[in-house]
Design a protein around this ligand. Structure first.
Ligand SMILES: [Fe+2]
Ligand SMILES: [Fe+2]
Length: 207
């Protein structure tokens, strides 16, 4: 029933924004010692991990929105599996931000709401577009994590290990979506998505 589902999704939203997420897998940086970072390095790394954390909040919201409106049972299962891994990403980023002395973004509720709406809309368009949107999102997130690997301080091996594992997971998520029959999105839509993500990254680096 739609109302039940809405309540479940609302509950997911509150948990994403307020509760401390847990990771089934060990954190990718668990075996690494803290590097010697200057204050400026720490601030920069914490800001980048804050951007990644908000990216994962958006991923939660997208997946929740999509699962609400996806039609095929197999699609719903694929979305739920990916969402579980995104919860782990959320946990890794959150812990790392704390270790670096930073905080998560104040804008998270805003981005959660926007992403949920976009996910629900993509779901309404039908599963092949839903999956197409998902594949493109994961590809863009992957490219952006790649960029972070270039700019994270060299001594911050812990953040690097987290970002590298996330990048591998996102590539997997994109491949799953394609295997499930994702459609290729039109170029103008891909471009619009890039613009939105640019807005997200530049604002959450500061806020
Ligand atoms: Fe992720
Ligand atoms: Fe992902």
């Amino acid at each position: 029933m739609l109302l039940d589902q809405l309540i479940t999704q609302f509950d997911n939203g509150l948990r994403t924004l307020l509760a401390t997420p847990h990771s089934g897998r060990p954190h990718p940086d668990a075996h690494l010692a803290e590097g010697s970072l200057s204050d400026a390095d720490k601030r920069h790394a914490a800001a980048l991990m804050r951007v990644n954390h908000t990216g994962e909040v958006c991923a939660q919201a997208l997946y929740s929105g999509q699962a609400l409106t996806a039609r095929d049972g197999k699609t719903v299962q694929a979305l739920k599996q990916a969402a579980r891994e995104e919860t782990e990403h959320l946990a890794w980023c959150e812990q790392r931000i704390k270790q670096l002395g930073g905080r998560t973004s104040l804008l998270n509720p805003l981005f959660y709401g926007g992403s949920f709406a976009m996910g629900a809309l993509a779901g309404v368009l039908g599963d092949k577009w839903n999956l197409g949107f998902l594949a493109e999102t994961e590809r863009q997130v992957g490219a952006h994590l790649e960029q972070h690997l270039q700019t994270l301080p060299a001594a911050d091996e812990k953040s690097r290990a987290i970002v590298a594992t996330m990048r591998a997971d996102e590539a997997e998520h994109a491949a799953t979506a394609v295997a499930q029959g994702a459609a290729e999105l039109p170029a103008p839509l891909k471009h619009a998505m890039q613009q939105v993500s640019r807005l997200m990254t530049s604002s959450t680096y500061r806020l």
